[in-house]
Design a protein around this ligand. Structure first.
Ligand code: MLT
Length: 265
């Protein structure tokens, strides 16, 4: 299905019971909505899972470049408006978490709960900005396969690199199919995103924080910081998982997700 209200064709899939509580899943960079499949099929029928491809990712159009995280947040609001979702729960992984936190900051009363997975509140450090510049150069120089190869090594827990072959093939193939323009535009948007640390103590809706125990990109210490600063939040560390905790250990991830959703109401 397609949403055009944000000014470009944005792919989404609105599944489940129309009267269910909406749960919007927001994928990380540079993935797509298919990475949430294990979670979508696991939700009980009183929930309404909605997945979408962030602009420039998956099947969504690239649109005008450059990007700002603000545009990605506005696209989320456009989707909520189009589907007339009341009090949705936001579940974002990494970049999806940045989008969720900024969306909460812009419109705190809109959401019922937050699920922040393998993400952080802080903006990019200087080192992270420099690494994004290197990534852009690699992609510009036609090195998208190398970029995908390097990314996978950072994303997955080292032991899963040898055992999670279908997931690795899936992630590499998603990255390789992403437009180089969109990849570079998103990298610049991530480098320039605002810092959300100051809003954390004001979050007053149920919040679940999930992190893979071997996440090298947004490590457990970043999740602990979220947990310490978000009043009443719950923190779950997923064993045998790196940055892609929902893909690397879907059983443990779903256990935490479903426990939170069923006890939150
Ligand atoms: C992601 O998974 O969304 C990215 O690792 C986020 C980032 O690069 O900051």
């Amino acid at each position: 299905m397609w949403n055009k209200t944000s000014g470009l064709n944005q792919f989404y899939n609105d599944r489940g019971n129309e009267d269910g509580i909406p749960v919007i899943f927001i994928h990380g960079f540079p993935f797509d909505s298919s990475t949430w499949e294990n979670q979508v099929v696991a939700l009980p029928s009183n929930f309404r899972p909605v997945v979408y491809d962030v602009r420039g990712h998956g099947q969504s159009e690239v649109g005008d470049i450059p990007y700002s995280l603000e545009f990605l947040v506005d696209d989320l609001f456009a989707l909520i408006e189009k589907l007339e979702l009341q009090q949705p729960i936001l579940c974002g992984l990494s970049m999806g978490g940045y989008i969720a936190l900024r969306a909460y900051e812009k419109w705190p009363g809109l959401f019922k709960a937050l699920i922040l997975c393998d993400t952080r509140a802080e903006g990019d450090s200087n080192t992270a900005k420099i690494n994004r510049a290197h990534a852009i150069k690699t992609i510009w120089n036609g090195g998208i396969k190398k970029y995908a190869e390097d990314s996978v090594k950072n994303l997955f827990w080292s032991e899963n690199i040898l055992s999670k072959i279908p997931e690795i093939v899936q992630i590499k193939s998603i990255i390789e199919k992403t437009s180089p323009d969109a990849l570079c535009a998103a990298l610049m948007a991530l480098a320039a995103r605002t810092d959300s640390t100051e809003i954390l103590t004001g979050i007053n809706i149920p919040t679940l924080i999930i992190v893979g125990e071997h996440d090298k990109i947004t490590p457990p210490i970043a999740a602990e910081f979220l947990h310490e600063n978000i009043n009443g939040s719950e923190l779950v560390i997923i064993k045998k998982a790196g940055h892609l905790s929902n893909l690397e250990n879907p059983e443990e991830f779903n256990k935490a997700l479903l426990h939170f959703l069923e006890n939150m109401q």
